[in-house]
Design a protein around this ligand. Sequence first.
Ligand code: ZN
Length: 411
Amino acid sequence: MKLNDNQLKLLKESMKTAKNFSGSLYASKFKDIDIDSINTQEDFESLPFTEKGELREGYPLGIQAVPDEQIVRIHSSSGTTGTPIIIPYTKKDVDDWAFMFARCYETAGITKKDRIQITPGYGLWTAGIGFQLGCEKLGAMAIPMGPGNTDKQLKMMMDLGSTVLCATSSYALLLAEEIAKRGIGDKIKLKKGVIGSERWGDKMRQRISDELGVELYDIYGLTEIYGPGIGVSCAREAPMHYWDDFIYLEIIDPKTGKVLPDGEIGEIVISTFRKEGAPLFRYRTHDLSRIVPGKCACGSPFPRIDRIIGRSDDMIKVKGVNIYPGQVEDVLKNIDGVSSEYQVMIDHLNGKDIMTLFFEMNNGADKEAVENAVGTAFKTKIGLTIVPKGVEIGDLPRSEKKSTRIFDNRY
Ligand code: ZN
């Protein structure tokens, strides 16, 4: 993605401000960097990345880049390792976030006539409040439920005639199943679902969409960069538009750190143009996606990224080709006779990497034909020759975590 002159100007101004705020992360990180000498995209791409660990080390407010009196709020990411990351916001940051979020709703075709039931959590987490801010900015009616209490959720959904459901994919599915179980589908007025962008399977998507009778939109974001609302899909099955007037997005090879050409899958790296409280430059999100080249049929001028296909920590390299669990699933799901369970084994034999893909086959499938189809699909779609091995349903271990389906025995 090309970095234009105006974007570079905004980045430089923001980097200078951050560097000049004594005691902040970037005061030390950019200490030896002359920001005035950054004049091209190449110069910018030579800057160091910012890692999540650096934000954690700065706990609680090491990332803050403006005086205390300008901070109006903080949010925090849940720390899987114990120490959370705290992100301070100025009034302008909160306004900008609301503006971007309202744009997400608009892109999904939601208007001020809609009634938006918000089920993600409120509080330190950015989710509930983000959905709420955007809704109020748009001028729609917010129904701020927060998570849980399914009885009450469904009662409000019916009594108020909610037209939009904001939820995680798992909670949307739970509500959908509950509605089906209770046989109250005809009392539900939902038209659209806006779903947080953790990676979720097509089968789940289809079930939620069918059972609720809604169109689903993916929304993208992370606490470190405002929160949800920095991008959204514009139609069913579509990639997500992201707001390149607020963020600069790069896709890098997670192993080498090199910026990849548009269209190639890699890790999303984000820089902020206008963020005041906690600006970030070249922040590694560890989310995997790709820039979708070309203009969208919807007419939006904003660039696009694909749905998130996984985490860069799950990436493996075989014979020089990067592979992610999400890609394996994508290949398998389109082949007749293949069930959803699989396991990947990577070995190094006689100087060569060998990838064996075990997958369960539906009862009655023709083993040889299915194996050939899997091998060919892998070669065409991913560019890798593998050893496909069909096994019977129930032969492979069940696991919740995608990463435990890949076993790298090379080292
Ligand atoms: Zn579009």
